[in-house]
Design a protein around this ligand. Structure first.
Ligand code: SAH
Length: 286
């Protein structure tokens, strides 16, 4: 039971925060492509509405059974085989956690990008999602999720920077409850639209400044930051459980992935993992 007295799983419509109820479409689409929702993409690609329910960390075999299979003979570039090939490349790059790899295989990444970019959805690259933001590279999504899972069972996790909602969808398959915050209203709405047809029951989307975290639902077993600041906001460190893990890109033009583990009430241990490249973390909401 969560703080609102609701039980998981919840439908997505019941879990988005109140402030985000109105349907606002992104208005500042990039010049290269038209901003579209995943549902529109799905329709364009002949995918029908699909059920997608999971409320807790699910064994890989289960994930394989319940994955969405947007199998369109007319769109070989977004087929299951192409997604499996992407997962194989991510594994080759060193991601070993089978649950994470299965989650990556289960989530149809092409439904999170603009339809004009769907054919590129399974190359290992960040892609524009409008508002000068990007959907993260599959490898880095998998790597950060794997590192977070290394700390043990994940009940409650927090993502800073929902963007189009892709990483939140991946997280929903490895954690019991996923909270994700986005500071750009239009992207918060885009993520809602992208996730709604998938009916993922254990994601809560919030519109707000992720630098403040979500003190009302803290502590979190894991926190993933999808945007890079010069340092990790202190509020987020305070919202980790003891033993909890925060993974964040840190830096400006040159960035590193940093893992911070909370080892005691007033003690955190930090280590640098690898170089990375993320969009910048900004304060406040727009
Ligand atoms: N998680 C996304 C990646 C989104 S890109 C994925 O699955 O691909 C990073 C996102 O972080 C952008 O949408 C940006 O608007 C958001 N962001 C930057 N600073 C933020 C902040 N302080 N609070 C919440 N979101 C923030």
């Amino acid at each position: 039971m969560n703080k609102d007295g609701k039980r998981f799983p919840l439908s997505l419509s019941s879990v988005v925060d109140r402030a985000g109820k109105a349907t606002v479409r992104p208005t500042h689409a990039p010049k290269t492509a038209t901003q579209q929702t995943a549902m529109q993409n799905a329709l364009t690609h002949g995918t029908t509405k699909k059920q997608f329910t999971t409320a807790q960390a699910v064994p890989p075999t289960k994930i394989a059974q319940q994955k969405i299979t947007p199998n369109q003979p007319s769109s070989p570039l977004v087929s299951d085989a192409v997604r499996r090939a992407m997962v194989a490349r991510v594994a080759q790059q060193g991601v070993k956690d089978q649950l994470v790899l299965s989650a990556l295989e289960a989530i149809p990444r092409h439904l999170f990008v603009q339809s004009g970019l769907a054919s590129q959805a399974y190359i290992d690259a960040a892609l524009p999602i409008g508002h000068h933001q990007t959907i993260s590279q599959p490898y880095i999504v998998a790597r950060m999720t794997e590192i977070m899972r290394d700390g043990g069972n994940l009940n409650r996790v927090l993502e800073i920077g929902t963007g189009c909602g892709y990483q939140a969808a991946v997280l929903s398959l490895v954690a019991k409850e996923v909270f994700s915050i986005e500071r750009i209203k239009a992207l918060h709405e885009l993520a809602k639209n992208n996730l709604r047809p998938m009916r993922i029951a254990n994601i809560r989307l919030h519109y707000g400044d992720g630098m403040l975290g979500l003190p009302q639902v803290a502590p979190f077993d894991g926190i993933i930051m999808a945007a890079a600041g010069m340092e990790v906001p202190k509020a987020l460190l305070e919202q980790l459980t003891i033993g909890g893990r925060l993974i964040a890109p840190v830096g400006g033009a040159s960035q590193v992935l940093q893992l911070i583990q909370r080892t005691a009430k007033n003690e955190w241990k930090s280590s640098v993992l690898e170089r990375c490249h993320f969009v910048p973390l900004h304060q406040g909401v727009i």
